[in-house]
Write a protein that binds this ligand. Structure first.
Ligand code: AMP
Ligand code: MG
Length: 388
């Protein structure tokens, strides 16, 4: 049986629109008790995406329920559109100090650190640009009457067991996987004005007093680009604390692979092909690591034949377009999530240099011509599909 066929048999974790990874190698429900350990699995909508958690643990049902509850909590905590929420308060503070809950402050601090590490390619103050470009899903925008009623849900059709790599992606009827507010590039003057507000270096953090402030009037932070990464980290932490022996947490493509498969081999995660819908680019072997993918197929619109996708270069204000997909393997979900975005902005050469410079970080970069570059630490840990 060819690679592709074998993969087909084992794909379990389906993927949502715009998500790069398919979990492979889990049986859907084994029902087998391994000593005092049993398996539980759940799928649910949280943090704006489909979450899937599979775990072998004592009291596995309780463990997955606790994880889902925790993700729901984080979903609310980091939402910048939540009225009176921490992030909304910071964004409305007009340069005043704002006391933040410890987790929001810590994630903001980590986001600033990742902005520094990436030379500003990842920048948590990019929110005004994202809003201007309209890379916000219709129906989930703050000013919408029906929050949460976006098209996103449609993408999650049947994120259930699939018998081959043709994971449910999204409606092919629209040019974009999720219906976005934006339909064309913004007015240059408006873009220049928004760009003035983007600069993570103006964020001041006063950790001793648990507060932060933004240096430019009108500036806004968005922790959305690292929130899912934080979610998988918290999920892994909870599962470990409950004695889990293995598990996979998939938050719409931000994944944590805990432990190994039952046979002791690393987990196998399928990397979605950025252009061939339902096909895999390759399979990644990982254990006790986080994996995140940023792709230009996740959220985009097309205007006059050009694709404008949701990751913008904070230096130019325009969507980055040198790469079409970046998968990062890192010790933490926050790092994997932020670095996938950062490397997407940096492009192949600078992106690879950053990956190689960071211990424990690896990546798979796909350029516009569909050329695949694998960082040195992943050699032998990635099976690329034939003909990709
Ligand atoms: P991801 O899909 O994880 O790469 O995250 C992309 C999301 O992060 C986008 O939908 C934007 O809200 C935001 N974003 C886009 N570009 C950047 C950037 N250069 N730095 C930080 N966040 C970004
Ligand atoms: Mg990211």
């Amino acid at each position: 049986m060819g690679k592709r066929g074998r993969v087909g048999v084992w794909i379990i974790i389906a993927v949502v629109a715009g998500v790069g990874l398919l979990g492979i190698g889990l049986r859907k429900t084994t029902g087998e008790a391994v000593g005092a350990v049993s398996r539980a699995e759940t799928i649910g909508l949280t943090m704006g995406t489909v979450a899937r958690v599979v775990v072998d643990a004592p009291e596995a049902d309780g463990a997955v329920a606790q994880v889902m509850q925790e993700l729901d909590r984080l979903s609310v905590l980091f939402d910048r559109f939540r009225p009176f929420g921490d992030v909304a308060a910071l964004n409305a503070s007009r340069g005043e100090w704002v006391t933040l809950s410890p987790e929001v402050l810590a994630l903001l601090q980590e986001a600033v650190r990742l902005a520094e590490v990436s030379g500003g390619a990842f920048d948590p103050t990019v929110a005004p640009l994202i809003d201007l470009w309209g890379f916000v899903e219709e129906g989930t925008h703050a000013h919408d009457d029906e929050p949460g009623a976006g098209d996103d849900g449609a993408a999650h059709d049947t994120p259930d067991e699939v018998s081959n790599a043709a994971a449910p992606t999204t409606s092919n009827t629209s040019s974009s996987p999720t219906r976005l507010v934006g339909v064309e590039p913004p007015d240059p003057a408006a873009l220049a004005a928004a760009l003035e507000l983007v600069d993570y270096r103006t964020i001041e953090i006063d950790a001793a007093h648990g507060r932060a402030r933004l240096g430019i009037l009108g500036q806004a932070v968005d922790l959305g680009a690292v929130a899912k990464g934080y979610g998988v980290d918290r999920a892994a932490e909870l599962l470990r604390a409950r004695g889990a022996v293995r598990g996979l947490v998939d938050l719409g493509g931000d994944i944590y692979a805990l432990g190994t498969r039952v046979d002791g081999a690393p987990w196998r995660l399928g990397i979605r092909h950025p252009r061939k819908s339902g096909q895999l680019l390759g399979i990644l072997h990982v254990s006790d690591a986080a994996v995140a993918t940023s792709g230009d197929y996740e959220r985009y619109f097309e205007y006059q034949g050009v694709r404008y996708s949701h990751i913008v270069d904070p230096k130019t204000g325009w969507p980055a377009n040198e790469l079409v997909s970046v998968t990062i393997v890192a010790p933490s979900g926050v790092w994997a999530d932020a670095l996938a975005t950062a490397v997407f902005v940096l492009g192949k050469e600078k992106g690879l240099a950053l990956i190689e410079a960071l211990p424990g970080v690896d990546g798979i970069l796909v350029d516009r011509d569909l050329g695949v570059t694998v960082s040195s630490g992943l050699h032998g840990r990635v099976d690329l599909m034939e003909g990709v």
